[in-house]
Ligand binder design. Structure first.
Ligand SMILES: NC(=O)c1ccc[n+]([C@@H]2O[C@H](COP(=O)([O-])OP(=O)(O)OC[C@H]3O[C@@H](n4cnc5c(N)ncnc54)[C@H](OP(=O)(O)O)[C@@H]3O)[C@@H](O)[C@H]2O)c1
Length: 308
């Protein structure tokens, strides 16, 4: 991939896609192809094929997907399985047909088994039961990984699949119900601070442990893997920094300036008890995350305030 390569960034307005666009432009890659959802609906096979035929991208970062937090996955599993299977099938097939040189597919840590041994290694995929609340999404994503591997085996396509942990950063979805835990929490604490609420309720017990990765760190990992990784095996991307949800809440409260009481609603589900990725494979190749959770949270909250 060089500075003049034609690179299609699918999902460039999303959390990951916008970080990738920032990263590639900063590095001088200006031959980027982008289409908004309303210009190209990736669930439409004919439209996707036409786009690839007309523009012939050489490299593809597939960051378009139907993504959401636990509540959205619980309410709309049909959309999560339908949209994701169509988006990835259409893009991968068009990439094969129009001889894309390399494609990067985004899997996710949340598709590993609910009780995977910790830290989770790449070989733990499909070694146990999935977390029920996002099973439809997980099965779609696992199908995407299997498709990358099958297309490599049958057609020799250089399609790689990576497994990032929980991401956050500028451009996140801060919706209290549709968003992931961290941005939803920022929004909740901010609203509680504005209304001077003496108490704030959060889902679950606060005990589950999570690893968070700043999205610009993920963008550097995607770029690094696009340059240096050509294997069929999936590869984890994590920061190695792990916190309980209650520790995360305390950090968010401090950054937002909320001083009320936090009450844990244990009638609501906790999800997977622990989710830490073993990132030794990507670390051994030479990539490491750079941004601490505290620094990343401050930048994310600033972005939230400016884009409220
Ligand atoms: N967020 C995380 O914590 C996380 C963690 C691990 C892995 N990942 C993976 O990273 C990838 C990107 O996630 P993200 O967090 O960046 O999600 P996101 O912020 O929701 O972005 C997804 C993008 O895809 C676009 N899109 C959705 N359906 C589309 C369609 N039918 N046609 C064209 N575009 C469509 C969306 O457009 P609109 O904005 O117009 O809807 C949005 O720009 C996903 O594969 C996800 O599994 C995310």
């Amino acid at each position: 991939m060089d500075k003049n390569s034609k690179i299609y960034l699918a999902g460039h307005q999303g959390l990951v896609g916008s970080a990738l666009e920032r990263h590639l432009r900063t590095r001088g890659y200006n031959n980027l192809l982008t289409r908004r959802f309303d210009e190209l609906d990736l669930r439409r096979q004919d439209a996707v094929e036409e786009f690839f035929q007309q523009f012939q991208p050489e490299y593809v970062f597939l960051a378009a997907a139907k993504v959401g937090g636990m509540w959205a996955n619980y309410l709309r599993p049909g959309e999560f399985i339908y949209d994701n299977i169509l988006i990835q099938s259409n893009v991968l097939e068009a990439a094969r047909k129009y001889a894309v040189k390399k494609l990067l597919f985004l899997g996710s840590s949340c598709i590993y088994p609910k009780f995977a041994p910790q830290p989770i290694k790449e070989e733990n995929l499909l070694q146990g039961e999935l977390e029920p609340s996002n099973q439809a999404y997980a099965i779609a994503k696992i199908a995407g990984i299997a498709m990358c591997q099958a297309y490599r085996a049958q057609y020799g396509c250089n399609f790689i699949a990576i497994m990032p942990n929980n991401l956050y950063g500028p451009g996140d979805n801060f919706h209290p119900e549709n968003g992931h835990v961290l941005p939803a929490m920022i929004n909740k604490f901010h609203q509680a601070m504005l209304t001077r609420s003496p108490q704030l309720y959060l889902w679950g017990t606060g005990t589950p442990r999570r690893e968070f990765l700043y999205v610009d760190d993920l963008a550097t990992a995607c770029y690094f893997l696009m340059k240096h990784y050509d294997e069929a095996d999936i590869i984890n991307v994590g920061s190695g920094e792990e916190y309980s949800i209650s520790e995360l809440a305390a950090m968010v409260a401090a950054i937002v300036g909320y001083q009320g009481e936090i009450i844990w609603d244990s009638s609501k589900p906790d999800g997977t008890p622990r989710k830490l990725l073993d990132a030794s494979r990507i670390n051994a190749l030479g990539w490491h995350s750079r941004v601490s959770l505290w620094e990343g949270l401050k930048v994310t909250y600033d972005w939230y305030l400016k884009n409220l």
